[in-house]
Design a protein around this ligand. Structure first.
Ligand SMILES: Nc1ncnc2c1ncn2[C@@H]1O[C@H](COP(=O)(O)OP(=O)(O)OP(=O)(O)O)[C@@H](O)[C@H]1O
Length: 290
């Protein structure tokens, strides 16, 4: 049997702060297979981001098990957690805040290679950039010199560069223009299919989930209330919360349907060819960081 890229069982998380105890997750079960894109949907405060934070080891669960490609996250020591983190990557919703502004894009993408002491940096960065459809000339620019859509592609190139088994994408389309959202979802689906990367895609947008996620996990108030193939869940929701989400999404369309705009297919086409002569990150490998 294939080992799931992500397997969560009985995950329970409580935040403790000045406001007291806030139960964020209760007995959450969830799996993502290699190459599968699973949409994690639910209303605001349902606990979706807390799932991603717990998987990344950023919040400590009260109980439950989290396994990434078979390795346990909860209770892992620092060295083991570091090793597990090499196999997964988080992409956040805000491509403006997530990228270090003082680094050139090539160095931004290379960061995980530096952190995890992985060699062949020049080639890996160039391959990751090409995979997300970035022109190599972007590598010498700074994040503020890119559009929002390009920055989010940089975020995905950085996620890809160390060869992860799992990408946790927390509302990655949220800050993008509607016309670019579906392009990003197509990119995620392609990366999963071509590279066998498992993706947990957290989103509010059911139209995007329908387009890019094979399976949905629906959360409400810290619990998983429904899960199943996306088409099935959306066509005949079994839980009231799912039905309400579907009704709200149906009501919003078609004005907010990102597919209504003509730029939807931009990223689905072949990535642009790399230029042959430029400087810095795009120069010969010997001048690039290693
Ligand atoms: N750092 C924190 N300290 C205390 N409570 C928190 C913290 N982060 C989140 N919460 C609470 O935990 C619950 C789940 O929050 P979470 O951010 O996981 O939900 P979400 O489904 O991702 O919401 P959204 O879609 O609005 O981002 C909410 O009640 C939230 O107020």
């Amino acid at each position: 049997m294939t080992v799931p890229a992500l397997e969560i069982t009985g995950l329970t998380v409580t935040y403790r702060g000045r406001a007291g105890r806030i139960p964020a997750l209760t007995d959450v079960d969830l799996t993502v297979a290699p190459g599968e894109v699973v949409g994690l949907v639910g209303g605001s405060g349902a606990g979706k981001s807390t799932v991603a934070r717990a998987v990344a080891g950023l919040v400590r669960p009260d109980r439950g098990a989290i396994r990434v490609a078979g390795a346990g996250v909860a209770g892992a020591g620092r060295a083991e957690l570091r090793r597990i983190r090499r196999t997964m990557h988080l992409v956040f919703q805000d491509p403006y805040a997530a990228l270090p502004p003082t680094l050139r894009v090539g160095d931004v993408i290379a960061e995980p290679l530096v952190v995890h002491r992985i060699g062949d940096r020049f080639d890996r960065v160039a391959q990751a950039a090409t995979a997300v459809g970035l022109d190599r000339r972007h590598l010498d620019r700074y994040p503020h010199e890119l559009s929002g859509g390009e920055r989010q592609r940089v975020a995905f190139a950085r996620a890809l560069v160390s060869g992860p088994r799992l990408i946790l994408a927390d509302e990655p389309t949220q800050m993008l223009d509607a016309s670019l959202r579906r392009d990003l979802v197509d990119l995620i689906a392609r990366l999963a299919a071509e590279r066998g990367i498992a993706v947990l895609h957290i989103t509010h947008d059911l139209a995007l989930a329908q387009h890019g996620c094979a399976r949905l996990v629906v959360m409400s108030r810290g619990r998983v209330v429904e899960t199943g193939p996306t088409a099935e869940v959306l066509a005949s929701p079994r839980h009231d919360h799912t039905a309400a989400l579907v009704a709200a999404a149906t009501h919003r369309r078609p004005q907010e349907d990102p597919c209504a705009k003509s730029r939807c297919s931009t990223w689905t086409s072949a990535p642009p060819a790399a230029p042959t002569s430029v400087s810095g990150w795009t120069a010969t490998p010997s001048t690039g960081p290693t």
